[in-house]
Write a protein that binds this ligand. Sequence first.
Ligand code: SF4
Length: 112
Amino acid sequence: MSTPADRQSRRRFLKIAAISAAAAPIAAALLPRTSFAEDLPHLDGSVPAAQALKYTEDASSASGNPKHQEGASCSSCNFFQGKAGDAYGPCQLFPGHSVHAKGWCESYAKKA
Ligand code: SF4
């Protein structure tokens, strides 16, 4: 059997939990996106998916790849989420990593 103090404590806990749950998405939206991108480790050949898609930080080194088109790089790719001028930015295909703006991989898709 719960005492009035227990019920009050539980009510307080539920109120704080509800406020926290409501505030979390707002706080995440207010944080600058670049701070996340800067914190992400740079994608490299140690990631199997990057190896499989022949990711390189230097698109000019992919010129021997038949899938590479002249001038194609991450900064002009539809999956690149960095801002113009960013050296690195997140890529939708490699969550948890950032890719070099001058990089490239075989999944390149030109921005529309
Ligand atoms: S999908 Fe696009 S942005 Fe991502 S690594 Fe490949 S070329 Fe770069």
